[in-house]
Design a protein around this ligand. Structure first.
Ligand code: C5P
Length: 305
């Protein structure tokens, strides 16, 4: 059996994100509809005979990550934690193909850490129950359990309560980041207004089109948009650029920003919007995509060597 394996680390999207409270330790309680886009980073790992753990970073967004302190990267922290908890003596060579902008509200580092846990379980042939792996994931960050889960869920608590939902229709999406990183703790700290009630999202609702889902999402919000756009006003420019393109059904920020997404009525409209925005704002990261369906996930598993 090959000791090299690959795992996708798809972009996470908060279709809505309501902040419902704050814990004594400063973490915020959330109520958020999370799904995964059909684009993202890719993690590859090869087992080593010795105990060393290495990470190399490639890809269009490798930039600061590749030149920064690699030992602090969440992927290596995930690898060290898993190795200690599972008493593994082997090491691994890991590669991150970084396609998503960093610190951008679409999971990035959390998705990479979750994919690292998954790929290392395969490389080291560990059979750890999902609940145990999710506990490890939470030690790495509040968004890591949902990225490990990798399916459409209602996410509550600080990110540890994951409630499965019916599959969403495929969406014609455009993701846009203005090319500036934002600090998640800073955005949460700026969210000092009153907290909103838990959303009454119908957990059994099935949507037969992107348009019907977008209509239901109109009643929801991302409560971090105001604090984030106060710190980075370009977020408003991104939302306006997405909203003024033909066929836009909904434009919203994901996570703590600065990446925003829009749902378009058709795939053609999404592609045209992505093209127009990329032409007028060459410094922005622009990606037309869809969401991951069960079949996409199955294909990714089969395709992973
Ligand atoms: O858990 P993670 O390290 O990803 O979180 C980074 C920071 O974001 C936390 O230290 C906290 O300030 C803020 N945060 C929060 N509530 C959450 C998630 C993150 O306040 N649910």
């Amino acid at each position: 059996m090959s000791s090299t394996h690959t795992e996708p680390a798809p972009a996470k999207l908060n279709l809505f994100l309501h902040v419902t409270g704050k814990r004594d330790d400063g973490y915020h309680l959330l109520d958020s509809l999370v799904c995964f886009a059909d684009c993202g980073d890719v993690i590859t790992a090869t087992a080593r005979d010795d105990a060393e753990l290495t990470l190399s970073i490639t890809g269009p967004m490798a930039g600061v990550l590749a030149t920064g302190n690699i030992e602090d990267n969440l992927i290596l922290r995930a690898a060290r934690l898993l190795r200690a908890e599972a008493n593994v003596t082997q090491g691994a060579d890991l590669t991150l193909e970084k396609n998503l902008p960093v610190a951008s509200g679409i999971g990035g580092g959390s998705a990479d850490a979750a994919a690292a846990l998954r790929v290392l379980c395969r490389v080291w042939q560990l059979d750890i129950p999902t609940t145990e792996l999710e506990k490890l994931a939470l030690k790495l960050g509040a968004d890591v359990p949902v990225c490990l889960h990798g399916k459409t869920v209602l996410m509550q608590g600080i990110g540890e309560k994951l409630i499965d939902l019916p599959e969403l229709p495929n969406l014609s999406l455009v993701l846009v980041n203005p090319g500036k990183a934002v600090s998640t703790p800073e955005i949460f700290a700026a969210r000092d207004a009153g907290f909103t009630e838990e959303n009454l999202w119908d957990r059994t609702a099935r949507f037969n089109s992107g348009a019907s889902l977008a209509a239901a999402l109109q009643d929801c919000r991302n409560d971090l948009t105001l604090p984030a756009s106060g710190i980075l006003p370009e977020i408003c420019d991104v939302l306006n650029a997405l909203a003024r393109e033909d066929g836009c059904l909904l434009a919203r920020m994901s996570g703590s920003g600065a990446t925003c997404f829009a749902i378009y009525d058709t795939e053609n409209q999404a592609e045209r919007a992505a093209h127009a925005i990329a032409e007028s704002q060459p410094d922005w990261w622009v990606q037309a995509t869809g969401i991951q369906t069960t079949e996409d996930r199955a294909r990714a598993q089969i395709g992973a060597s």
